[in-house]
Design a protein around this ligand. Structure first.
Ligand code: PLP
Length: 449
């Protein structure tokens, strides 16, 4: 793209486009980076730079960029039937096929899909339908949902309330009533002298304490990400989730696993629950469902919850114009076909993810890295002032941004949350590309140190 055209676009962007999760005044001064093309694990910007996208856009481009099949099915479906809704006793073939495919693919008896446009809307849907689930069983007071501080469940009113991001709560008067938060499991800074497994049990029992404090008859559900992505890829010890499941069963609290990031292969299993060994009653999904090619999300409900909603719920006073959009459903189906036919998740689990784990551990030897954590194709490097102490920099975030910018100058996209350098590449990344990522990341660490 020539310089004049790029600068014109940047000026128009500064004048007319409010960017999410940005200081828009600062961004307008700096100028946005305009992306023009993607192929495999690479994207190109308007200046012609080729960048290895080790963040898969926003944890979502699981099959990689430039898959022509996805464009082709979208075009075909648009030409045949661009839109119909699921409201008026109607549906379309791709929507039905996708519901059945998700029932087959997802763990346990998560057999019922409610379609949304995004992960945030999936969590809004959950808040309303979980409360409805208890209300129609004569327990309207069982309406509290427990989330976790620093959790992320999206940006809508319910999503941001269920999440525990303080910065988000400050804007718009959140959280809404009857949502509580417990401390999340983060052994690195909170585990003290406990082993990770001991600490996992301690952290899970915070849920039991909270349920007993509020009264089990008040608590409708618990929601958590199998791995907490946005806050910095906080990976819980293996003891954590089975204990959470035990507690939820004991007090008849619905267990919601937010698989918006973990779903569709990110952990090396199809779903994070399979990696950690637990079973949710409700599961929001998005991102990897279409590999980000088209906006679509869903909530998967198990037989018990969907049964009550169907038998006792009456008319569901809830839905979106684009719930089950046929074009989005067709693209999601094709994306799942690619993941399955090309054995992308299996290849990650057995071949590329173990290789990545080795490279990641080597990066962990850098003097600036206090912890290199990884599961499957999602990880973080925790930057610290002095190893081996598990203590962060006082001026949190400054070093992380510096490292992120150095990586970008090397042609590598990593995300920084405070001083955690986050990794979540397309699942199709090859070993040679993993080497390239690791070399560039090491250089960025050297330049930062
Ligand atoms: N839940 C989790 C765990 C997420 O990471 C995200 C987004 O990053 C969301 C929900 C929200 O999804 P969306 O941005 O599609 O609304």
């Amino acid at each position: 793209m020539d310089l004049h055209h790029r600068q014109t676009l940047q000026q128009l962007d500064a004048a007319h486009h409010l960017h999410p999760f940005n200081d828009n005044a600062a961004l307008a001064k700096k100028g946005t980076r305009i992306l023009t093309k993607g192929e495999g694990v690479y994207v190109w910007d308007a200046e012609g730079n080729q960048l290895l996208d080790a963040f898969a856009g926003l944890w979502c481009v699981n099959v990689g960029y430039g898959r022509k099949e996805l464009g082709a099915v979208a075009a075909k479906q648009m030409e045949q039937l661009a839109y119909y809704n699921s409201f008026f006793s109607c549906t379309t073939e791709p929507t039905v096929q996708l519901s059945a495919k998700l029932a087959e693919l997802t763990p346990g008896d998560l057999n019922h899909a409610f379609f949304t446009n995004s992960g945030s809307e999936a969590n809004d849907t959950i808040l309303r339908l979980v409360r409805h689930f208890w209300a129609v069983q004569d327990q309207p007071m069982k309406n509290i949902i427990i989330g976790r501080h620093n959790g992320y469940h999206g940006s809508t009113v319910a999503g941001a309330s269920l999440g525990g991001m303080k910065g988000m709560h400050k804007q718009g008067g959140l959280p809404i009533p009857d949502i509580h938060h417990i401390d999340p499991p983060f052994w690195f800074s909170d585990g003290g002298d406990l082993s990770p497994e001991e600490y996992g049990l301690v952290a899970a029992r915070r849920l039991e304490d909270k349920i007993l404090e509020l009264g089990p008859e008040r608590v409708a559900a618990f929601i958590g990400e199998p791995i907490m992505g946005a806050i910095g890829v906080w990976i819980p010890p293996m003891s954590y989730w089975p204990e959470i499941e035990r507690i939820c069963r004991k007090y008849d609290v619905l267990l919601i696993a937010d698989e918006v990031i973990c779903g569709f292969g990110r952990t090396g299993e199809w779903f994070g629950q399979q990696y950690f060994g637990f079973q949710a009653d409700i599961m929001p999904i998005a991102k990897g469902l279409s590999s980000g090619y088209i906006p679509i999300g869903a909530v998967m409900f198990n037989d018990r919850v969907a049964g009550v909603l169907k038998e006792k719920g009456g008319e569901l006073a809830h839905g979106y114009t684009y719930s089950g959009h046929p074009v989005c459903a067709a693209v999601a189906l094709e994306n799942i076909r690619i993941l399955q036919d090309e054995k992308i998740v299996e290849t990650c689990k057995n071949d590329t993810a173990p290789y990545l784990a080795k490279k990641w551990a080597q990066l962990g030897e850098h003097p600036l890295v206090g912890e290199a954590r990884i599961v499957g194709m999602v990880g973080a490097l925790e930057l610290v002032p002095a190893k081996p102490a598990r203590t962060n920099f006082e001026d949190r975030g400054k070093v992380g941004v510096t490292c992120r910018d150095h990586a970008l100058n090397q042609g590598l996209i990593l995300r920084a949350t405070y001083d955690s350098m986050l990794l979540s590449p397309p699942l199709v990344i090859s070993k040679a590309q993993i080497d390239e990522m690791a070399e560039k990341a090491w250089k960025a660490l050297d330049l930062t140190a």
